[in-house]
Write a protein that binds this ligand. Structure first.
Ligand SMILES: N[C@@H](CCC(=O)N[C@@H](CS)C(=O)NCC(=O)O)C(=O)O
Length: 203
């Protein structure tokens, strides 16, 4: 098996953190994303979207999508469980992965895609949309803060999960974009400090 990935990028980072949490090492080919290696014709035959990460299995099966790759490794290495352990916790992790991906991570990613030079040949950029999503982002972090005001330790409940990894990489995008995350988002900041201290989150 081989993991095609990059040093930069929030989605490669999700898989890197997940694998560290699992204590799993995978043969890896690092792409120079800024040199657009992932957009070259040979790689487009592997992933038509020209994005990373991608996992190639020994039988040639190609798995794209960071969360799908993590789910595959969860099946191979069930402990520690990062997608829940029983019907309720599994549903809660799925729910929160989607909520954090769509409501937080993707809003920040849209700002990048509609404003960064890096995407100008790939995305039909609409600067007003980038501004709109930038203005929306603080509201999404305020929403997450409010959701976490019930005292839960992690995003999906009282256990660490994939949802925390997605929340962390989404927050990384916001930091990169210098989106203000006010100090009074106390539940959000306490959560962020808690997970940032985990060994797997050290870069
Ligand atoms: N939904 C995909 C998104 C993958 C993605 O957009 N990856 C970015 C890095 S964060 C990428 O490879 N961009 C390179 C490019 O567009 O050239 C996932 O979760 O893996």
């Amino acid at each position: 098996m081989k993991l095609y990935t990059g040093k930069a990028g929030s989605n490669p980072k999700k898989v890197a953190i997940f694998l560290k949490e699992k204590g799993v090492e995978v043969p890896t080919q690092l792409f120079d994303m800024m040199a657009f290696e992932q957009r070259q014709p040979d790689f487009l035959k592997i992933n038509s979207l020209g994005t990373l990460p991608v996992l190639e299995l020994d039988d040639g099966t190609i798995i794209t999508e960071s969360v799908a790759i993590c789910r595959y490794f969860e099946e191979l290495h069930p402990a520690p469980a990062l997608f829940g352990t029983d019907p309720v916790s599994k549903a809660l992790v799925e729910m929160w992965c989607r909520r954090v991906e769509i409501e937080v991570h993707n809003v920040c990613a849209q700002v990048v895609q509609h404003s960064a030079e890096f995407f100008k040949d790939k995305v039909q950029q609409v600067p007003e949309y980038a501004q709109n999503q930038r203005a929306l982002a603080p509201k999404k972090f305020a929403w997450l803060n409010e959701e976490m005001s019930d005292g839960r330790e992690f995003i999906a409940g009282d256990f660490f999960s994939m949802a925390d990894i997605i929340g962390f990489t989404g927050t990384g995008l916001a930091q990169m974009l210098k989106i203000e995350l006010p100090d009074d988002l106390t539940h959000f900041h306490a959560w962020h400090q808690r997970i940032s201290a985990r060994p797997a989150f050290q870069s």
